[in-house]
Design a protein around this ligand. Sequence first.
Ligand SMILES: Nc1ncnc2c1ncn2[C@@H]1O[C@H](COP(=O)(O)OP(=O)(O)O)[C@@H](O)[C@H]1O
Ligand SMILES: [Mg+2]
Length: 311
Amino acid sequence: MGNNIVLETRDLTKKYDGTTVVDRLNLHVAENEVFGLLGPNGAGKTTTILMLLGLTEPASGSARVFGFDSTREPLKVKRLTGYLPERLGFYENLTARENLRFIAWLNNMNDEEAERQIDHVLEEVGLVEKADTAVRKFSRGMKQRLGIADVLVKKPRLVILDEPTAGLDPEGINQTLDLIAGLPKMDTTVVMCSHRLYEVQRICHSIAILAKGKLVVEGALDELGRDALAGGRYRIEVETAEASPQLVGVIGQISGVRNVEAEGNFLHVITDSDLRAAISKAVVNSGVALIQMKVREFSLDDIYKKYFQEG
Ligand SMILES: Nc1ncnc2c1ncn2[C@@H]1O[C@H](COP(=O)(O)OP(=O)(O)O)[C@@H](O)[C@H]1O
Ligand SMILES: [Mg+2]
């Protein structure tokens, strides 16, 4: 994975009828990574993609893809970028190969190069045997894979996939995700959007979570648990013989404690690190019996659920 940023947005904003649907979005996608744009339906994912491609204009802010401004130089962006829209369109009476030829033609590829590349992408998406079958006979999953082949024909350096697994059964989802996960090996950067956490967790290197048009979390998947968590990383449950307001105050003073709430004889403590030792000392020093303590690390699941419910 390179550290070159190939896609960047600065305060990217979109309004429909005065309502802000994408709100000052700042995204950074590195070369040859799989980047997941995650968010519940209506979060603004598709609108963001359309702005990245120059298909709709931002109200303010900007997007750059390979250094080209998406609004001012959309053709340069499109030349380097393959786009899989939410709803696929094929010529149903044409075969898979014929559909791909049409795309190659649209992209001004010469015949020889096109044939070679078509064979290659059919292989890549596992449709060699169905190459000469009319698309109307394809399953949903096969169409989705043909859609990805379609996007890859012109050898894009970036592919943007809008809900690439929508409508697929679990096996189709797995095959599609495996296919997407392999794209960086072919020197292709991937931006995919999804409303399913497990999908982006499975194949993405970095993710951004979008809720109501706002970026709530962005970063490398393996670092997200640590940083970006609003309100601390750990939740420590402390059961005491008596959770007095004084005890709440004392624990609240411990460095690294973000929040303390008492509920009956339980204290819910949100912290930046595992502070069980310091908390137990504070409880005992206050002359209160400590019954038990449990620590739980926030997962991405927790964060996403939180925003999902709010969204
Ligand atoms: N062409 C449009 N005109 C008006 N509102 C739109 C249009 N497209 C999307 N929206 C609204 O913008 C918000 C974001 O939509 P969208 O980007 O499609 O979200 P997502 O792809 O995350 O489900 C939604 O509230 C949606 O209703
Ligand atoms: Mg969408």
